[in-house]
Design a binder for this molecule. Structure first.
Ligand code: NAD
Ligand code: UDP
Length: 350
């Protein structure tokens, strides 16, 4: 059958996707440098698998490896062949993702994100593995004022994290164009993934101080010491606070498998695909739903707008629907319930 390589598989979205892949019967190889994740996540994935079916945990292999070390990456591909289970497809999550850090250190972002992707594609090509699903981001659309962002919306990233993602998209387009008979590529532009697996065993585990609203909301609510700072209540939105398209990480995991299967079966594809629910939620709405679902109080205060922020970022997901005949299913209540369950079971992460 062959195996699937998941780069960055120890990270937030990667770990949930690996679990879903294994539960669907895939053999999974995780390649991760652990620069933004912990070894423990591998044990947790195995624990969930074991609870469901003793045999499944055998379908997971882990290699601590930085994609910039091309010799090590080659070794992983050749060992898979020697073990009788060649890598047939790759889901490429590995990369750095902090907007603030990317502004301070663009060289690091272009080095890690671009060199990693170039090495990966070079090795894939060498080993005749040409199906890749790449983690791009809705951050590519910058501060577009359109109500719903579709894949044709102008690409205008406003920070080095975003430009590095766009650089990888362009690189993959060039690879596809040069050899369009053999590569199948999907570039997924995620909106705002939140939540966790319902077991509470795996979830988002940011190293350092988080920047995103959901891990901050969990932290401030759990610790009850400081307020969550809401960045502005004077945006042109329903209640003045920023609107985003939150998607449950388990829906996102399922989307990856469906897309990988789609591009592998149909071949010769080069897709750009928004992955969102198509539904916008303001920061105040998110807080209200979180409080109601979990019967807790979220301490918050309104502060100034954050530089570079956008009023509303919501997906037009019609292309996702027509391509896969599938849309995300899990509700905001489920995102809030599962995220809180993960937090109270692991207040300090792994
Ligand atoms: P994450 O940081 O939790 O996971 C990324 C993983 O990649 C980490 O485990 C890290 O250790 C690993 N990694 C980083 N550089 C590496 C390298 N050179 N070689 C090998 N491993 C390396 O992030 P995430 O939230 O799971 O995001 C996954 C991907 O999705 C990232 O590429 C990110 O840019 C993209 N994305 C995330 C979001 C989001 O809100 N979480 C939104 C849009 C896009
Ligand atoms: N936000 C906020 N306080 C925070 C972090 C974020 O009010 O501490 C708001 C932010 O202005 C935006 C929304 O929450 O409207 C989502 O922000 P996040 O950084 O999570 O995602 P992104 O802006 O990258 O889509």
């Amino acid at each position: 059958m062959g195996s699937i390589l998941v780069t960055g598989g120890a990270g937030f979205i990667g770990s949930h996707t690996c679990l879903s892949l294994i539960e669907k019967g895939y053999e999974v190889i995780i390649l991760d440098s652990l620069i933004n994740s912990k070894n423990e996540v591998i044990n947790r994935i195995k624990k969930i698998c074991k609870a469901n079916n003793d045999l499944l945990e055998k379908n997971l292999k882990f290699f601590k490896c930085d994609l910039r070390e091309i010799n090590k990456v080659e070794k992983i591909f050749s060992e898979a062949i020697n073990g009788g289970n060649p890598i047939k497809g790759v889901i490429h999550f590995a990369g750095l993702k902090s907007v603030g850090e990317s502004i301070k250190n663009p060289i690091l972002y272009w080095d890690v994100n671009l060199i990693s992707s170039i090495n990966l594609v070079r090795v894939m090509d060498k080993f005749d593995c040409r199906n890749i699903v790449f983690s791009s981001s809705a951050t590519l659309y910058g501060q577009s004022s359109k109500e719903l962002l579709n894949e044709e919306t102008e690409i205008k990233p406003i920070n080095p994290y975003g430009t590095s993602k766009y650089g990888i998209e362009l690189f993959l387009d060039d690879v596809f164009k040069s050899t369009s008979e053999i590569w199948s590529i999907a570039k997924l532009r995620y909106f705002n993934p939140i939540g966790a697996h319902c077991s509470g065993l795996i979830g988002e585990n940011p190293v350092g101080i988080p920047n995103n609203i959901f891990p901050l909301l969990l932290d401030k609510t759990y610790k009850k010491k400081e307020n969550l700072k809401i960045f502005g209540n004077d945006w042109p939105t329903i209640d003045g606070t920023g609107v985003r398209d939150y998607i449950h990480v388990m829906d996102l995991a399922e989307a990856h498998i469906k897309i990988l299967e789609h591009i592998t079966q149909t071949k010769n594809k080069n897709l750009n695909l928004n992955i969102g629910t198509g539904k916008g939620t303001s920061v105040l709405e998110l807080i209200k739903i979180f409080e109601k679902t979990n019967n807790v109080k979220v301490p918050f205060e309104i502060v100034d707008r954050r530089p570079g922020d956008a009023a509303s970022v919501v997906a037009d997901n019609q292309l996702l629907k027509s391509t896969l005949n599938w849309l995300p299913k899990l509700s905001l209540e489920e995102m809030c319930r599962d995220g809180w369950n993960w937090k109270i079971k692991n207040p300090f992460g792994y």
